[in-house]
Design a protein around this ligand. Structure first.
Ligand code: HEC
Length: 719
């Protein structure tokens, strides 16, 4: 475990109230010393009385991602400027929302690392790296990301990619306890944030299409001891059911493939808690394999896949469930963000839970009973015509079931869903839910032959099988179609308006009482929009793709907005300026009148540049390939990127050993083969080098990066 700590010794009053929201601040509880991370049930339940804090990734238990702060509002948001920023030392995706409490901002980054900052200055107080073995990346479908942590009673809790749940001292970042929440030999991963209810840390995991069985577990927050575990799908039928409702669930499954490879249904992201009803809501994932004819030959609903499940947080006892996609076969998870809210219908107020899962329907359920109140399309899906409100079941389009018809078909959405993990927000001011939507489709076909893959993924879908469908007249645009921020009226179950993104891709959303919503995009901007109309009021270039959701808080009497930026590769509008990260991963904090600026150039592409961390993928290529790559690199690349891939004083190109493109062949090819960055001085090599040679060069650079990492690790050990 590597760690750096700078202790804050003075206890200072947290939030000095001033200006517009004195009244709000005045209600905050007694002064807590900086860094005390003194979160408890009372503070979480009455989070609304302390809007200067951002207590949990979703803002509070209800996970509405709505702040009562209105110091920054539609009349002055144009004056928003950068207060401070911090470079992040990894170039994988940054998906976390910061948590802010008692003067400290805690954030997780890729590779499950944690950083704690003084919210006034941005000074790094401590950092923690759980040292996840880099080989674990092969079990993560969608990069080595982490979506955030939880704070409780002086401690900070995170789920590490390798399945550990770790409690840290909130003041120092030192480990208090750590527990392996998964069978380490199985391809489980954790990327989601823990939630803490009544002294229990609730944590799920991912890996459904590998070979795992989904569950969610509660641990005692002080001791790290398991309190309960709730399995989402039935297991080995020769063994007793772990929970009574699994007996009923088992009747909705057929055959014996599913339990041998786990069945899926992992709880990898969305959860919410209603303190009034004392109910925890969790979302469950897709089936394993996706193809239902293989997973459960002959069909069945396959409970509790793709469901919202209500549990008692004290005991883990099942209360009710609602299954969004019975017998799912397209990777339609219901793990997307869940929120609890009061909706005012003409006939009165209802306590509801809301979700916009992958399948493209926006669901409103009664929070007490799970009764379906509405389910309307929020995007142009094609797998079902509608949801029957009486039965609560979708009315499917027969052709969409490729595994039943045995005919390939294009279905919308594809496996990425119409909405994924990107946080949505609910404004108490406008009554609208803001959803980051990405419209896409995919062709699905049953494979001619299915062989269980015990190493990698098991989708049971042949993607090539239906590819020719896109050549037919009238076929839709293939793959990613468009993306937008959707303002959804949940009471009337219909769209209010939308803001279309110029560049395809989703980014999380924050709503505030200042009649604002904040969101980033894949074009390198972070923006504020009027929450009532969607009019763009403010925007700042952030030099990176933004996928995460923002948080807002108060420091020294002023509202601030914080956003973690950095996604796969740089936006077309940006060049690299963070020496520690090829995709300019950063934590950015804005306030009215903020005057800090981001660097516009990086003077550190040459040898000896200060690099914080090198993060290469494992080398899997043969010696022969690496050798061929070495020859080709020397002949074609060394002139600009330096001999042996180490840039010298005269090198114009960046140090490729640190490139975020190394793990992503799909990112390497557009740059190196297709010449996507030719106008920036990086020529394409499609005319001169074969794909094999380009792959061999990649293998060689990965080798050189691992050499450098080994050298740095050695040096660090000798210190
Ligand atoms: C004529 C000089 C030149 C040559 C030759 C050259 N590069 Fe580059 N390369 C650059 C420059 C300049 C950039 C930075 C472009 C930018 O700002 O995006 C770059 C960027 C890259 C990047 C993107 C790195 C990142 O993380 O963003 C990769 C990958 C790359 N080069 C690979 C190669 C390979 C492989 C070869 C040999 C086959 C090669 N380059 C040959 C100049 C060159």
């Amino acid at each position: 475990m590597r760690m750096r700590t700078m202790l804050l010794t003075v206890a200072v009053p947290t939030l000095l109230a001033a200006g517009a929201y004195t009244a709000l601040q005045a209600q905050s509880p007694s002064v807590t010393p900086i860094g005390s991370a003194a979160v408890n049930a009372d503070r979480l339940i009455s989070a609304a009385s302390e809007p200067g804090s951002w207590f949990a990734v979703g803002g509070s238990y209800h996970e509405q991602r709505y702040s009562l702060l209105e110091h920054i509002n539609e009349t002055n948001v144009q004056q928003l400027g950068l207060a401070w920023y911090a470079d992040i030392d990894t170039e994988r995706g940054q998906e976390a929302t910061p948590v802010v409490v008692d003067g400290v901002m805690y954030v997780t980054t890729a590779w499950s690392m944690v950083k704690a900052y003084d919210i006034r200055s941005g000074q790094l107080l401590w950092e923690y790296d759980p040292d996840v073995a880099k080989g674990k990346a092969v079990d993560a479908c969608c990069d080595v990301v982490n979506r955030g942590l939880a704070v409780w009673n002086g401690k900070v809790y995170l789920g590490a990619l390798d399945g550990r749940l770790i409690a840290l001292n909130g003041r120092t970042g030192t480990e208090v306890w750590s527990v392996q929440t998964t069978e380490a030999s199985l391809p489980y991963t954790i990327t989601g944030a823990p939630r803490i209810i009544k002294g229990r840390v609730i944590i799920g995991n991912g890996g459904a299409e590998y070979r795992v069985r989904g569950y969610v577990t509660a641990y005692d927050a002080e001791l790290g001891k398991q309190v309960w575990r709730w399995w989402t799908v039935p297991g080995d039928p020769s063994k007793p059911y772990e929970q009574p409702e699994l007996e009923r669930a088992a009747k909705t499954w057929r055959g014996d493939v599913y339990w041998k490879i786990g069945g899926g249904g992992t709880v990898w992201d969305g959860m919410a808690y209603d303190p009034e009803l004392d109910t925890l809501y969790v979302g469950t994932g897709n089936g394993n394999p996706w193809n239902q004819a293989i997973r459960s030959p002959g069909g069945g609903d396959n409970l509790f896949l793709a469901s919202i499940v209500a549990l008692d947080p004290t005991t883990g006892k099942y209360k009710w469930h609602y299954q969004t996609t019975p017998g799912e076969t397209w990777d339609y998870t219901a793990t997307q963000p869940i929120m609890v809210a009061d909706l005012v219908y003409p006939r009165g107020k209802r306590r509801v839970v809301m979700q916009a899962p992958k399948n493209g329907f926006f669901y409103v359920l009664d929070a007490r009973t799970g009764q379906l109140l509405s389910a309307e399309k929020f995007a142009p899906l094609t797998w079902a015509t509608h949801v029957d409100l009486k039965s609560g079941r979708p009315v499917e389009v027969d052709e969409a079931r490729y595994e039943v018809t045995q005919r390939p078909v294009i279905v919308a959405p594809g496996a990425l869903g119409m909405h994924n993990w990107h946080p949505m927000a609910f404004s108490l001011k406008t009554g609208l839910v803001y959803v980051p939507v990405h419209v896409n489709n995919a062709s699905y076909a049953s494979p001619t032959e299915f062989k269980l893959n015990l190493e990698g993924t098991n989708t049971g879908v042949s993607f090539a099988g239906g590819a020719a469908l896109y050549d037919r007249p009238g076929a839709p645009t293939k793959g990613n179609v468009e993306s937008y921020i959707l303002a959804w009226d949940p009471v009337n179950a219909k769209e209010a308006w939308r803001i279309k993104n110029e560049i395809y891709g989703a980014s999380g959303i924050l709503a505030t009482a200042g009649n604002l919503i904040f969101s980033g995009n894949h074009n390198g901007e972070f923006s504020a929009f009027r929450a009532t109309t969607g009019e763009k009021l403010w925007s700042a270039p952030v030099q990176a793709r933004v996928v995460a959701g923002a948080a807002t808080f108060a420091a020294e009497g002023q509202q601030h907005v914080a956003i973690l930026v950095g996604g796969r590769g740089l936006p077309n509008t940006a060049t690299r300026t963070n020496p520690a990260s090829a995709n300019n991963s950063r934590l950015l904090v804005f306030k009215l009148g903020g005057s800090a600026t981001l660097p516009t150039a990086m003077s550190t592409t040459s040898a000896g540049a200060p690099r914080v961390k090198i993060d290469p993928p494992l080398l899997t290529a043969s010696n022969e390939t690496v050798f061929a790559g070495e020859q080709a690199f020397a002949a074609n690349c060394a002139v600009c990127h330096g001999p042996a891939a180490v840039p010298g004083a005269g090198s114009v190109g960046p140090d490729l050993r640190y490139s975020g493109l190394l793990p992503i062949r799909n990112g390497w090819n557009p740059t190196v083969r297709d010449g996507d960055r030719a106008q920036r001085g990086m020529p394409g090599f499609s005319n001169t080098l074969s794909q094999d040679t380009i792959d061999a060069i990649l293998a060689y650079v990965i080798k050189r990066a691992n050499d450098e990492k080994a050298a740095q690790d050695d040096a660090a050990r000798q210190k």
